[in-house]
Design a protein around this ligand. Sequence first.
Ligand code: APR
Ligand code: PHB
Length: 392
Amino acid sequence: MSLKTKVGIIGGGPSGLMLSQLLDLRGIDNIVLEKHSREYVLGRIRAGVLEHGFAELMREAQCGERMDAEGEIHEGFYIADNGKMQRVDLAGHTGGNSVVVYGQTELTRDLYDAREKMGGNVIHNVEDVKLNDLKSDAPYITYRDGDEIIRIDCDYVIGADGFHGVSRKSIPADVLQEYEKVYPFGWLGVLSRTKPVSPELVYAKNDRGFALCSMRSQVLSRYYIQVPLTDTVEDWSDDAFWDELKARLPQDVADALETGPSIEKSIAPLRSFVAEPMRYGNLFLAGDAAHIVPPTGARGLNSAASDIYYLYHAMVDHYENSDDTGLENYSEKALARIWKAQRFSWWMTSLLHTFPESISYDSKLQKTDMEYLFSSEAALTSLAENYVGLPF
Ligand code: APR
Ligand code: PHB
């Protein structure tokens, strides 16, 4: 069987679905190919902080209704330094900007619902996806459905298939440059049906290791602790997790912490990664397929947002105005913002974690970085403008 579309999108995560929805609203025909079932995709627990620009994109995609009703606007967060809590006033340092706390799983569900409502073509459980003739004017994608090989002819291919996808790997090795930094620890995350310990997020630096108090709603909390990469989930009973989390929080926060059974528990390694260029012929990479950040600055989904924004506008300019400037500039423009998000995530990770191999000089610098942050309006403004999201 063979199909034809304008834009073939590989990956039905937030990046692929968002682009599909935006293009469809402008009448630009597209097909999304997703390796897994919808239930599987919606079973993944991901971060939950959306910057202003991403929330706007959700609204433009006509998917913002539930996010606006159920998401919480946060105008600040806390940084605890061992016992001491200090607030970062996001709104005060950015002329009133804020972030929306809304789980990425819920956001993906909203995007799937919107695609379904519009009759969008999202094909699940595709196998052996291959990208062909990317350098030509007639690229095509093939995939296997049982015994059958399906061919999709398209104008453009979007690689939105995450870090482990096939798209980035379809770029020849002599063209692709990869930049990577792996951190010597991971985050152990626990989701629990308990009241969040604080109305705003708490990022806690502690000699025992980093901890984060986050939330999904007023009855659902998300907590993390830094753990060695050698640890497994089986090493951590719920009780051991709560005890360690409490030990890393200021005493009054620890005393107020409501504990309960974990609903989900997992360990994620921390990685910084960028692939360049983000365009190869008629293939355009977007989101996790091209770049990964450690979760510390909540930049993951928000880095994907600018890729989608640039691609969406570039496609509209191409199909509606025969203007290819956006497509030609895509890689350079997207990477400029991506590297700023990389810098910020690396900085926040370095500021707050305990590094096993660090020498005493590094520890002194880390301490000084924290002291400088809370003694300088300029430093706080820099943190705040990056956290709420640099402009697209
Ligand atoms: N063919 C088709 N789909 C694939 C393939 C493939 N070969 N490989 C992977 N996929 C699918 C995955 O199953 C996944 O659903 O691509 C999707 C990629 O989604 P994500 O990994 O969520 O990446 P992205 O959509 O770019 O999301 C942005 O922001 O907070 C961060 O990492 C977080 O996922 C989040 C990201
Ligand atoms: C989360 O809620 O999962 C979360 C929030 C903020 C982060 C990372 C993760 O920086």
